[in-house]
Ligand binder design. Structure first.
Ligand code: CUA
Length: 164
């Protein structure tokens, strides 16, 4: 059987590609892989959050800002199409102290991006996104939902105010 020279060439090239693709999968699975954010924030029952029965929720307090020993805890519900708190009133946090956000959703997947910072997370129903940030300077940061969540997605925003 005669195989044309170019046919051989392309056959070889496609084999190389297939092997390369497989290699990336193997690298991701058994190699050092890609560092993923862990899910230490815990889980939550979205229907209970939707009903606002925070006293019945194990891992999530009533939305708001709570003092901790060295900083504050901020509990935020992201829902169609607002952040509670954050949208109707800004979230006020102190500068120079660790601020731990706990964010969850009762309905669909949202985003939580703090403009001007590296705070950027998906907010998935049933999961609590948890991240800690220390704001070095006072000022205002807009909260933007960057996951399409429905017809009001573009209006879903809030504000964090960092004070002395
Ligand atoms: Cu919430 Cu887009």
């Amino acid at each position: 059987m005669h195989v044309h020279r170019f046919e051989k060439l392309w056959f070889g090239a496609s084999l190389v590609l297939i092997v390369a693709f497989l290699a990336t999968i193997v690298y991701g699975a058994v190699g050092p892989g890609v560092a993923m954010v862990d899910d230490s924030g815990g889980t939550v029952d979205p229907s209970v959050i939707a009903d606002g029965n925070y006293d019945q929720v194990e891992n999530f307090r009533e939305p708001g800002v709570y003092d901790t020993e060295d900083g504050v805890d901020v509990y935020v519900v992201a829902r169609q199409y607002l952040f509670q708190p954050g949208s109707s009133e800004p979230i006020e946090v102190p500068a120079g102290e660790p601020v731990t956000f706990h964010v969850t959703s009762p309905d669909v997947t949202h985003g939580f991006n703090l403009a001007g910072t590296n705070v950027n997370s998906m907010v998935i129903p049933g999961q609590i996104a948890e991240f800690t940030v220390t704001f070095e300077e006072t000022g205002e940061h807009g909260i933007v939902c960057h996951e399409y969540c429905g017809s009001g997605h573009h209006t879903m925003e809030g504000q964090v105010v960092v004070v002395e």
